[in-house]
Design a binder for this molecule. Structure first.
Ligand code: PMP
Length: 320
């Protein structure tokens, strides 16, 4: 990652990529108190556009505020930095990572006078998930690690330190030969995947966990809007148990990087067997709700907003 040309936005200035270094005693490196976003830009017919950058930036500012980190930059400035990051680096299909962190003015939990910094880095993502992988989907294992509790952490904040828990869970599942993990909240209800929200379909109704232990995903929100407004589906946000995932007709996970990926197997159970879904390892059917939502999400992110998708133009911000 270090050795390439390009520019990175840092506290209002543009730094050459190779010079974007920080001190070893940077507070956030030691205690994990910081927050970030993952934002995507897509090349489409009308040029390069950022997807829901205003909502991502709002979540970043909310995360910083909840963590009591005061930022010297407003949403408008941060959105402009993200837009400019693309042409400055010659990027079209890109992943952007705005990050807020504490400086190196002191160490320890009681450190005083810490400065809050913000940076925006972007890199090429290409087609992150191949069409084959997005049709075949994921085999997952329920984690023995619980997701955060609202009184242990700020679950709505996208906090750096939260990802220790996500990596413990994901790495355990990957070492056991699975693609992904499903994490439960401390009471045993379904929370989310390692870095994606989860949905299930049963008898034509979509269900997703309420936002307590899971992140308030922006893809989750996009999928809820598309399901309700374009497919006319009922969507319920509520507590979900793991056996509801086992016995769902369909299930999928959502996130900025993963977009929308079918969840095909959980703990060795074939999801959708009762509804006649193809076995895990085989592509899902094109008329499944999962495939239809994938298609809508792909269209809306790539700016193909004909007919039923015209109301979603406000989700796209041109890079230039
Ligand atoms: N949960 C977690 C823990 C995540 O890291 C992410 C990725 N940001 C998500 C859910 C999905 O959120 P979004 O759709 O906003 O990318």
């Amino acid at each position: 990652l270090y050795d390439r040309d390009g520019w990175l936005w840092h506290d209002g200035d543009w730094l050459p990529w190779r010079d974007a270094r920080t001190h070893m005693l940077t507070h956030t490196l030691h205690y994990g108190m910081g927050c970030f976003e993952g934002v995507r830009a897509y090349a489409g017919a009308g040029g390069t556009r950022l997807f829901r950058v205003a909502e991502h930036t709002r979540r970043l500012l909310d995360s910083a505020h909840a963590l009591d980190m005061s930022l010297a930059f407003d949403a408008e400035t941060l959105i402009e930095a993200q837009r400019q990051c693309l042409p400055r680096n010659g990027l079209t299909n890109a992943y952007l990572k705005p990050t807020v962190y504490f400086g190196a003015e002191g160490l320890g939990l009681r450190a005083k006078g810490l400065t809050t910094h913000v940076m925006v880095a972007a890199w090429d993502l290409g087609d992150y998930i191949s069409p084959e992988a997005s049709a075949v989907g994921l085999r997952a294992l329920t984690s023995s690690w619980a997701r955060h509790h609202v009184n242990i952490s700020l679950c709505r904040a996208k906090t750096n330190g939260h990802y220790v828990n996500a990596m413990l869970a994901l790495n355990t599942a990957v070492k056991a030969g699975f693609d992904e993990t499903i994490m439960l909240d401390p009471e045993g209800y379904v929370a989310e995947a390692s870095a994606a929200n989860v949905f299930l379909l049963r008898d034509g109704v979509l269900h997703t966990p309420e936002v307590t232990s899971c992140l308030q995903g922006i893809t989750r929100d996009s999928v809820i809007c598309l399901a309700r407004e374009v497919l006319g589906l009922e969507v319920r946000e509520r507590r979900i148990t793991r056996d509801e995932l086992y016995t769902a007709d369909e299930a999928f996970v959502t996130g900025t990087a993963a977009e929308l990926l079918p969840l095909r197997e959980l703990d060795g159970r074939h999801i959708g067997a009762r509804a006649g879904a193809p076995a895990p390892g085989r592509p899902i059917e094109n008329d499944s709700v999962t495939a239809r939502l994938q298609h809508l999400y792909r269209r809306v992110t790539r700016g193909d907003l004909r007919d039923d998708l015209t109301p979603f133009a406000e989700w796209l911000t041109p890079a230039e």
